[in-house]
Design a protein around this ligand. Sequence first.
Ligand code: NCD
Length: 284
Amino acid sequence: MNEIEKLFERAELFLDNQQRDILQNRMIITIFFENSTRTRSSFEIAAKRLGASVVSLDVSHSSSSKGETLLDTAANLDAMGPDAIVVRHKRAGVPHILSKHVKCPLINGGDGSHAHPTQALLDLFTIKQHFKGDIKGKKIAIIGDIKNSRVANSNIELLSRTGLEVILVAPPHFLPKTHLRTSHDVKEIIDSVDIIMSLRTQTERHANQIYASLKDYAEDFCITKELFGERDILLLHPGPVHRNVDIDDIMMDDSRCKVLEQVKNGVAVRMAVLEKLIKGEEQC
Ligand code: NCD
């Protein structure tokens, strides 16, 4: 946790959105084999704010679509001498495998339903920021398609280590096997939580349609004004938000909803991650 605290101290400084030259003359490659708007642009903005140059590989035009193996792609990227590579892939474990075949740091920008480490970091940063560091004993409900969500996986791992109590709330088929407290009913837990993290239903990862319709799902799990009432709860979502399925229009505009703060914090946290991974060893 000490390492994360130090990372957050740097991220705090980077919230001023100032242009810096910490990574001047450095080059970062982003390669996203799976769609992304937020995470990729967040990494790219983070790199550029630190003065690095960014080469963003368009996978649809890259050699992998011509049959090149992943490891050959990695070896070729590595030969160009980047200072870091950010990878997203629809298969769990790909960034881990690739990291063994490149010389520079390789950052997981999300792999399958397995992990999304920088998202969990920025979520924890946002939670700490909101509670001014005092998060011990606070309760967070993660609500939605937890089983298929890499964001949930990384958050469960990270937040459980911070003294937060994590409660998983979902219909049975969206719940993973877990030792954590679970519930199928948002109303059952809403009076006891300090934070709600809503998640998108990962329809692209469902082999067959599980709910009759998203409308049926929304009736039980959408975060609405009616459900929230005046409770003092911090509302988070990693995006992209399915409006009126995950969170309704009114709550999206509510001051307790910090979705855009998460996006802002994401750039600062990723700046701190890039700085640490690229310059960390030089600083020690
Ligand atoms: C998530 C992702 O792609 O894993 N979004 C993000 O990175 N901010 C969540 C999602 O796709 O639902």
